[in-house]
Design a binder for this molecule. Structure first.
Ligand code: ZN
Length: 85
């Protein structure tokens, strides 16, 4: 972590700062609900508490899929990729 709280990566004599955040994109579904795309899966917003948003698998959550993501602002803080499909 840098003094300003930004994530830094140190490698040898050099340090690198994070330019691009973890790869997900937020889109709007046809019904106007926020959806999150990460890899091959998409997630719908299940719960929002303060800055934290919980997302669950948008296609198979009702079928017991455990795939879920928790984001804070535009960063993934928890990722569960145990999809059952
Ligand atoms: Zn899933």
């Amino acid at each position: 972590m840098s003094r300003r709280g930004k994530p830094l990566l140190r490698h040898g004599a050099y340090s690198y700062y994070q330019k691009k955040k973890t790869g997900f994109t937020q889109v709007m579904s046809r019904r106007g609900k926020p959806l999150l795309r990460h890899g091959a899966y998409s997630y719908y917003q299940k719960k929002k508490t303060g800055l934290k948003t919980s997302w669950v698998c948008s296609t198979h959550h009702p079928k017991g899929c455990k795939g879920a993501i928790v984001t804070v602002e535009s960063e993934i803080i928890r990722l569960n990729e145990n999809h059952n499909h």
